[in-house]
Design a protein around this ligand. Structure first.
Ligand code: PLP
Ligand code: ZN
Length: 418
């Protein structure tokens, strides 16, 4: 294992790899896992990036004791699609969709769950827990079922029914919290402490970022070693965005690339804590930010894109840092733009996103309109969760089936075309 410790995002305090806590012992900040990049760089010559299509092929840059754990489901290795027709709708020539709906539980969260479960197995844990808006819970339930661990999921009682169905089908203990995601989060923390469960919650468990960062490695591989100009990421807690940034930074640190993409943060106007914080920093002309004192905003989130409905981003600092360091944009879109992006993506690219996963396309169109992105840039939108997870919201914008008697005459009488 090339992991050599942890560094605090806020105060930069360093811990060794055998540290057993989850947060910084100095300031309670979130931790970033660090590696001996020089040693990894030497190993890369041996072609370690080749091999199976799942994310464990990147073992040299994962914090796992077993170099290549036998994992029963294939996580990662999802396709990167050139999306020419979709791109043309906004005059883009080089648009790609990274289709992470094709993971075992149909969201990008499986990357985080795979690596946290591998870590839980390394530590001998038997029960894993998580607070979730829905996807992290369905993902943990799925991969815990596949590996024989017990899973406990704390989820807002109002989570989309398909996500609750997934969790229950996979046999998790589902605690539907009468409150918000933030309430579920705090209860999960307290309960995991009390019962000694391995808590996979986003923005608390540093290992989630390590799983999700593999999404960047795969984009790089599928582009044949090319670095895109931008990666556009739907953002709630900010963990996914900071992970995608870390993936590119890792590749640079081990000498595989020599430039980095911009990472664009897209949030709903009705849940925009991270974007608002980035804008505030930029309007203060704050290129010299003191990360140890920066407070990420809190909002009262109300977006219908449930996966990114977050009052208090649990990995906000890491995400704000990533957007600022990469020079990306911090975009907010209206919920109606998010909804409109669903059928556009489905109809022009054949990829059906849940609302949160449609947000990057809605955000990219806005950036093009505002001339923040040029039409010839190479842009990757991450499609982070499947449309089948929230058909109620999709139903608002996709139209209705045509009810018809079973005769050709009835069909011929219809004036509307196919
Ligand atoms: C489909 C989808 N997209 C985007 C996100 C945002 O990730 P994060 O909360 O780490 O910002 C999530 C998180 O739940 C998600 O499920
Ligand atoms: Zn700290």
């Amino acid at each position: 294992m090339y992991m050599n410790g942890y560094r605090c995002f806020a105060c930069s305090a360093i811990q060794t790899a055998d540290y057993e806590g989850f947060l910084c012992p100095v300031c309670n900040g979130n931790l970033d896992i660090t590696y001996d990049y020089e040693a990894v760089a030497e190993k890369i010559g041996d072609g370690f990036l080749q091999g199976s299509r799942d994310l464990f092929r990147f073992a040299a840059l994962l914090p796992l004791k077993q170099p290549r754990p036998r994992f029963p489901l294939r996580v990662g290795g999802t396709p990167l699609y050139p999306a020419r027709r979709l791109g043309q709708l906004a005059g883009m020539h080089n648009l790609y969709l990274k289709d992470d709906t094709l993971n075992p539980s149909a969201s990008l969260k499986d990357r985080a769950s795979a690596v946290t479960i591998a870590r839980a197995l390394d530590t001998g844990a038997e029960t894993v827990s998580v607070a979730s808006t829905g996807n992290a819970g369905s993902s943990l339930a799925c991969l815990a079922a596949a590996t024989g661990l017990a899973a406990v999921v704390f989820v807002p009682a109002k989570a989309p029914v398909a996500k609750l169905t997934q969790m229950l089908a996979f046999g998790a203990r589902v605690l539907a919290v009468q409150g918000s995601y933030d309430d579920a989060y705090d209860l999960c923390l307290a309960a995991s402490d009390e019962f000694g469960w391995f808590n996979r919650s986003t923005g608390y468990n540093a290992f989630t970022r390590e799983g999700k960062k593999t999404c960047a490695y795969e984009i790089w591989q599928d582009l044949g070693g090319r670095v895109p100009d931008r990666v556009v990421v739907s953002t709630g807690d900010g963990n996914t965005l900071s992970a995608i940034w870390k993936g590119w930074c890792d590749l640079k640190a081990v000498g595989l690339i020599d430039r980095l993409p911009k990472i664009d943060c897209v949030q709903s106007e009705a849940s925009a804590a991270i974007s608002e914080t980035v804008r505030q920093i930029r309007s203060d002309d704050g290129l010299q930010v003191d990360w140890s004192t920066l407070r990420v905003r809190e909002v009262k989130a109300s977006t219908l894109a449930d996966s990114i409905s977050v009052d208090r981003p649990r990995d906000g600092l890491a995400a704000v840092k990533a957007v600022i360091e990469s020079g990306g944009e911090a975009v907010t879109v209206a919920d109606r733009e998010i909804l409109a992006a669903i059928p556009e993506m489905a109809r022009a690219a054949g990829v059906f996103p849940e609302p949160a996963a449609a947000a990057p396309w809605a955000g990219l169109k806005q950036m093009i309109r505002q001339q923040q992105v040029a039409s010839d840039e190479h842009v990757v939108c991450i499609v982070s969760g499947s449309g089948l997870k929230d058909i109620q919201n999709a139903a608002k914008v996709i139209g209705e089936p045509q009810l018809i008697e079973p005769t050709l005459e009835a069909l011929l009488k219809r004036t509307d075309k196919a």
